[in-house]
Design a protein. Structure first.
Lengths: 467, 33
């Protein structure tokens, strides 16, 4: 018997305890230091399991640790369990997830995004037609009949999805009817810049299962207005906030935001502002993320791409390596700021992510699809800017290049290069889009182990406080 | 004295919260009809 490779620990000397977590079973324990010591003895000398060397308390403790996955028969057992975990995750049929890009057009002109109201982009950007929407609904029905899931989750995204509201209504109505017929639970979500968000829209979608709306604010008022302006430079913050105020009591609203080195310091002021609003207690989640940038301008990867010569350009989200020991300066910056903003968010009482339970993301699920406006299917929304990486099409066409792309995603497993990192079950090798965009290979991990480690410490302290 | 407090059992798998830097709120729970 030996310690699981997925064990993590945080000493809490002020409490006289040690926080133990196993990332594969998600067991979390607070133990006395002698129990942690028992695990160490096990690593040093597996013979510790000899009954003659154990007290009754030790035997009970080892039984509990084994029950929760902290002790396993062998490394092979861990590896086998990890493979099963990813296989089960990938093949899960409980939920069919579909992200629908109603359009690639956008009414914002954010300088970090290649999409949007720049030049003649919107003139040529795809927009889903009602005919294609009907075809998509038929395709979804086919998947429902094939999989027989308990839930269908449709997320509307873009571009700016609210630039094509007729398709949103069409999808919602058709999906609702399809789910009613089959006894499937339907959940709808919208990820929007918030400018066109109205009560009317929410009221119309609520009966169909609208579960949440996610709106993006990139910093405090002044910073957001610089980061996310209209084409003419007009600010958008006030209008978005007023729109959120109108709908906050009707549907769960999540606030997201993208930060870079120039904007990150304004986020605490944004949090203070949100805390003062009458809808503060109605926000279901507040969480911020780094702007992901490319090394090269050439590729179109949505929605966050290059602005050259900025401090994070080309390096955030990229420190690859076995177990994540090589972290570049800017990645370290991102990791520190992610932790800092999470703490600031928690300090103000907003629900947010814990920073440990981050993955695996849906790219590792077989039955999660992103549908582009023209009906092409993608492994995740981050790849929709590269048509050559489409994995299929809702009309069933089977071009060799699509099949080839599908094959690449079928075998996506960057964590194979992560050695014995204990965070693999909650990371899966990081964001494949970041790997593809910044490293040129989606099978190389994007490692942010320090961010996970920092989050683990917070999780441990939260657990200790709760007891 | 040896003690173990169970914060969370290893028998219920946690749901991923949100890894994706682009989009996906994977924790958005289903809404009942």
């Amino acid at each position: 018997m030996q310690q699981s490779m997925f064990n993590l620990r945080v000493p809490l000397p002020e409490k006289g305890e040690v926080f133990l977590m196993n990332t594969l079973t998600d067991a979390q324990l607070l133990v006395s230091p002698d129990i942690a010591g028992l695990l160490d003895r096990l690593s040093d000398d597996p013979e510790v399991f000899q009954p003659s060397q154990l007290t009754s308390d030790d035997r009970d403790a080892l039984a509990t640790l084994t029950e929760h996955g902290f002790i396993v028969p062998s490394r092979a057992t861990d590896t086998e369990a990890l493979n099963k975990f990813f296989t089960d995750y990938r093949e899960d049929t409980e939920q069919l997830r579909v992200t629908v890009l109603t359009t690639l057009q956008c009414n914002f002109a954010c300088d970090y995004c290649f999409q949007g109201d720049h030049g003649d982009y919107n003139k040529h950007a795809d927009k889903m037609s009602l005919d294609d929407s009907a075809r998509l609904a038929t395709w979804i029905e086919g998947r429902l009949d094939e999989l027989k899931p308990k839930r269908l989750t449709i997320t509307f995204f873009g571009g700016e999805p609210l630039l094509n509201i007729p398709v949103i209504y069409d999808q919602a109505e058709r999906a609702f009817a399809a789910c009613e017929k089959r006894g499937v639970t339907l959940a709808l979500g919208i990820i929007t810049n918030g400018l066109l968000l109205t009560e009317e829209l929410v009221d119309r979608l609520l009966p169909y299962g609208l579960g949440y709306v996610k709106v993006t604010l990139d910093g405090d008022r002044d910073t957001h207005n610089i980061m996310r302006p209209l084409r003419g430079g007009q600010g958008t913050f006030d209008r978005i906030v007023e729109n959120v105020r109108k709908i906050a009591g009707k549907v769960r609203v999540a606030i997201g935001g993208n930060f870079d080195a120039d904007s990150v310091e304004s986020f605490p002021a944004l949090l203070d502002f949100l805390k003062e609003q009458d809808f503060a207690d109605k926000l279901s989640k507040v969480a911020f993320k780094p702007v992901v940038r490319q090394r090269q301008v050439a590729k179109n990867v949505i929605p966050l791409t290059v602005v050259s010569d900025k401090p994070l350009n080309g390096t955030c989200m990229t420190a690859a390596g076995s177990g994540g020991s090589s972290i570049c300066d800017t990645c370290q910056f991102v990791d520190e700021q992610l932790s800092h903003l999470r703490d600031e968010t928690k300090k103000r009482g907003f629900p947010t992510v814990d920073g440990v339970h981050m993955g695996p993301c849906e790219i590792h699920k077989r039955h999660a699809y992103t549908i582009g406006p023209n009906g092409s299917t993608y492994a995740c929304p981050g790849f929709t800017g590269e048509p050559s990486l489409a994995t299929g099409h809702i009309d069933g066409r089977s071009d060799s290049w699509r099949m080839s792309a599908a094959e690449r995603f079928e075998h996506l497993a960057a964590w194979h290069k992560c050695g014995d990192c204990a965070f693999i079950p909650v990371c899966a090798g990081g964001c494949s889009v970041a790997s593809h965009t910044e490293l040129g290979d989606m099978n190389i991990p994007t490692c942010h182990k320090p961010a996970f480690e920092s989050a683990l410490v917070s999780l441990a302290h939260d657990a200790a406080s709760a007891f | 004295m040896a003690k173990i407090k169970i914060v969370k059992s290893g028998k219920e798998t946690a749901k991923p919260q949100n890894f994706c830097p682009w989009v996906v709120d994977v924790d958005a729970p289903p809404q009942s009809k």
